[in-house]
Design a binder for this molecule. Structure first.
Ligand SMILES: Cc1cc2nc3c(=O)[nH]c(=O)nc-3n(C[C@H](O)[C@H](O)[C@H](O)COP(=O)(O)OP(=O)(O)OC[C@H]3O[C@@H](n4cnc5c(N)ncnc54)[C@H](O)[C@@H]3O)c2cc1C
Length: 392
């Protein structure tokens, strides 16, 4: 019988899940609330994850990682998020866990040796610089330019929403080496660099935002930044294609983070629904409270199954675009819905920070927008899976 997909975790996968859960227990909701309120990077958590060897989970072994698949990375991400760390925890490690895929696949040996072992060890923080104010989801419209000048590129432009830029030493930066109007295909002419965030030429300004405040998101102003050619990832002009290689696993990782957040929100809601007595009965006896929570359980379980299918397909070298997009879509919605219902279940206390569901609610909301919006997922499914005409 051919080896197919099954639902059991292997012993090693189960060990990953339980070890990460145990490590995360040292960082409780109180820790995350305080980091969020202080707008302070969770250094202790990040260090513990790095020391546990988890940052390099998907980085190849020859560069100091474990060389495991996206299945294992999503188990890790879901557990981190589910611990109550939510997006504050997940975003602090997200880039190290899978963001380096374009470098792993297309970077020079020298670039990989110079950066990947340091990322796996937790000694090198990296951020991801794609979004620009004038381009939005239409990435080929970026205008940050890189002009070749001898053995350097000179870069000028502006990025927005760059998470962790404030705390990072390097940025994986998407630029245009050929202007939009001069390329045959709009996705050509973009070049990727993994380079220093040289503060002499880069101004970083945090954006005041709705949640996930332990990890900054920033405006990044780049002014005559000189990037050595050795920091270029792969060939000039092919940067967008390299990013596409990491797109599906990135969606799966985000899906896992949304799922974990939905699970912890539901756990808290159930606990409160059992404990809180109003009109002489626990509020969870009312079907107006119980049914939405049961419905969220069904939604989260179904979304997780789709995520499992997507990660299995990817790790087995099969096309996974439809499933990766569907998993992100379903997990983001199920996670947010569970967080919203957890807040409702807590009544007025849901609005107080001390019950933590308000924080989950704010964090789960962003998963429907970034790194790709629910609308763009539906655009993908509409055109690629259903064959309908493209609307944009
Ligand atoms: C907390 C946070 C962290 C982030 N971190 C990073 C980061 O580290 N690095 C980085 O590069 N970026 C980051 N981003 C940016 C994020 O990836 C973008 O915000 C996201 O891709 C949406 O792009 P936009 O904000 O420009 O929306 P826009 O492109 O302006 O779109 C606005 C709205 O219009 C909808 N829309 C647009 N076109 C269509 C269409 N054709 N059909 C249907 N609907 C459409 C969109 O779905 C969206 O709802 C972050 C964003 C947030 C909020």
């Amino acid at each position: 019988m051919p080896e197919g997909m099954h639902f059991d975790l292997s012993e090693d996968q189960e060990l990953i899940r339980s070890s990460v859960a145990q490590l995360c227990r040292k960082f409780d909701d109180q820790y995350w609330m305080e980091k969020d309120q202080a707008h302070e990077f969770p250094t202790e958590f990040y260090r513990a994850i790095a020391d546990g060897g988890w940052l390099g989970i998907t980085i190849p072994e020859e560069y100091g990682g474990h060389g495991l698949g996206i299945t294992e990375a999503t188990l890790l991400a879901a557990e981190v998020s589910r611990s109550g760390g939510g997006m504050n925890a997940a975003s602090s490690i997200h880039m190290s866990i899978f963001g380096m895929q374009p470098v792993v696949l297309h970077g020079s040996e020298e670039l990989k040796r110079r950066t990947l072992p340091r990322i796996a060890a937790g000694d090198l923080h990296v951020c991801f610089g794609v979004t620009e104010p004038g381009a939005g989801l239409d990435t080929p419209r970026i205008t940050t330019s890189a002009r070749r000048d001898g053995d350097h590129y000179v870069v000028n432009g502006r990025k927005v929403w760059i998470s962790k830029a404030l705390e990072s030493e390097k940025i994986l930066l998407l630029t245009r080496t050929t202007p939009y109007d001069d390329v045959d295909r709009k996705t050509d002419g973009m070049t990727l660099f993994l380079t220093d965030l040289d503060r002499a030429h880069i101004d970083i300004r945090p954006i005041a935002k709705m949640g996930r405040n332990a990890v900054s998101s920033n405006e990044v102003f780049i002014d005559d930044l000189r990037i050595p050619v050795e920091d270029r990832v792969g060939e000039e002009g092919k940067g967008f294609r390299y990013l596409l290689d990491g797109l599906n696993p990135e969606r799966m990782l985000i899906a896992a983070e949304a799922l974990g957040l939905g699970r912890v929100a539901l756990d808290r809601a159930v606990r409160y629904a059992k404990e809180r007595v109003v009109f002489d009965r626990p509020i969870g006896r009312n079907q107006g409270i119980q049914f939405p929570l049961a419905d969220s359980l069904a939604q989260l379980d179904a979304a997780e199954l789709m995520l499992r299918k997507a990660t299995w397909l990817y790790d087995n070298g099969k096309p996974s675009g439809r499933e990766a997009n569907t998993a992100k879509y379903l997990c983001a919605d199920a996670g947010f819905t569970a967080a919203d219902r957890a807040l409702q279940t807590h009544g007025g206390m849901g609005y107080a920070e001390e019950y933590h569901v308000a924080r989950y609610f704010r964090e789960s909301r962003v998963m429907r927008i970034a790194p790709v919006s629910q609308e763009m997922i539906l655009n993908y499914l509409g055109t690629h899976a259903l064959g309908l005409p493209r609307s944009y």
